[in-house]
Design a protein around this ligand. Structure first.
Ligand SMILES: [Ca+2]
Ligand SMILES: [Ca+2]
Length: 108
């Protein structure tokens, strides 16, 4: 599951989506706190789901990673937006049930 995070390109890898996915997988696999698994709800990526994740989620509330074009705009999730509380990787931190990472409905 950790390797399935969709990303929209990141400056750390020059904006290449496929490199970002490999980079994220490596981060999760090599982080001594994560031991290869990033749990749903682990916003701060410390290996546990607790009050610190709630704090990070609240701090990231309503943040968006938005890309504006001439005709359209879109949001995209990545490693950074996960750290804001974007558990479904759509690039926006909005309504979400944080405790178990289970969305109730709609866009989370
Ligand atoms: Ca955590
Ligand atoms: Ca989201």
């Amino acid at each position: 599951m950790p390797a399935t995070i969709e990303v929209g390109g990141d400056a750390a890898t020059g904006g290449d989506t496929f490199s970002d996915n490999a980079w994220i997988k490596n981060e999760i696999d090599t982080d001594p706190n994560l031991l290869g698994t990033l749990q749903a709800g682990d916003v701060n990526r410390d290996g546990s789901v607790d009050g610190d994740d709630v704090t990070a989620f609240v701090a990231g509330w309503l943040k968006e990673k938005r890309f504006d074009g001439v005709h359209n705009s879109m949001t995209a999730g990545d490693w950074e937006t996960w750290g804001w509380g974007d558990m479904n990787h759509d690039g926006a931190v909005n309504f979400h049930v944080l405790l178990w990472g289970i969305p109730l409905s709609g866009r989370v």
